[in-house]
Design a protein around this ligand. Structure first.
Ligand SMILES: C[S@@+](CC[C@H](N)C(=O)[O-])C[C@H]1O[C@@H](n2cnc3c(N)ncnc32)[C@H](O)[C@@H]1O
Length: 266
């Protein structure tokens, strides 16, 4: 029989827009924790989390210029696990959804479970959710592929240009693990060249940023793909590439389905 040890870990999402996206369940995990670790995007958001708990420890200090990102995420997980091993009820609070383009929560939960602790993830409103709402994009219409911008550059991927393509962490595009916090026109030019394998230079793309604070508006900047190298792209931007061709019907599969006919009544 597997023994469950005393400490627990709950990684919860805060959502993107301060104050409006936090679920009651996530709030109750924060309130009932012994210690809270915060991996959030903004000092104002971190201050808001501090109003919900007396012992909030920032994870932001683990980031450093030139430090490999994998090391940062491992140290974040180490910090949370150290308290779990002491028998504490630990809550990791992460902006957006804690499991979307976020390595530390996944790693911490997997490691805690492997050591016999109860560990759960509580979903939150992701920037992906905001994107669908702000851009009026339904991923069910023609499909939508999500990739990290740098992974898209470093590996040969097959892109379906009849679906939407969403490139995350475009503000770090071309980072080879050196721990950069930005990209630059040279790296964005290489990303543009990779996109040009599948899309024309005059294809319209959207630089998107959901509001973090309630009085802000979403950034939805429509630019031509050819203008991407010169665009001002920040850490919280996501690049949205609309389809450039219509869905191609598959006559052979349609014929096979039609040949099945209507099911006979029983
Ligand atoms: C480390 S990931 C974290 C994503 C987060 N867990 C979520 O659920 O949205 C950071 C990337 O998420 C996207 N992102 C974060 N905040 C955003 C925002 N306010 N609007 C649009 N995209 C955002 C960007 O692509 C950014 O580079």
């Amino acid at each position: 029989m597997t023994q469950t040890r005393q400490g627990t870990l709950a990684c919860v999402g805060l959502g993107i827009t301060l104050g409006s996206h936090l679920t009651p369940l996530a709030r109750s995990h924060i309130a009932s924790a012994d210690v809270v670790f915060a991996g959030v995007s903004d000092g104002v958001v971190e201050a808001w989390v501090r109003r919900m708990h007396h012992d909030v420890r920032s994870l932001q200090g683990f980031y450093a210029e030139g430090k490999p990102r994998g090391e940062t995420y491992r140290e974040m997980a180490d910090a949370m696990l150290a308290e779990v091993r002491l028998g504490q009820k630990v809550c990791g609070v992460f902006y957006g959804h804690p499991g979307v383009f976020a390595q530390a929560p996944h790693d911490a939960i997997a490691r805690a479970r492997a050591e016999g602790f109860t560990a759960i993830m509580e979903p939150g409103v992701s920037s992906e959710d905001c994107l669908y709402a702000d851009l009026g994009l339904d991923p069910g219409r023609v499909g939508c592929m999500h990739l990290g911008a740098t992974q898209f550059m470093l590996f040969r991927r097959t892109i379906d240009t009849s679906a939407w393509l969403v490139l995350w962490q475009v503000g770090l595009a071309g980072d080879l693990g050196e721990g950069r916090f930005d990209t630059d026109p040279e790296r964005l030019a290489i990303l543009t060249d990779v996109l040009r394998r599948d899309y024309p230079a005059d294809h319209g793309v959207i630089v998107y940023q959901a509001p973090t604070l309630p009085f802000e508006a979403a950034r939805m900047e429509h630019i031509l793909l050819s203008a991407l190298p010169g665009a001002a792209i920040g850490m919280a931007d996501t690049l949205v590439v609309p389809p450039c061709r219509r869905l191609a019907p598959d006559p052979a599969i349609r014929a096979r389905l039609a040949a099945l006919g209507m099911p006979s009544p029983t």
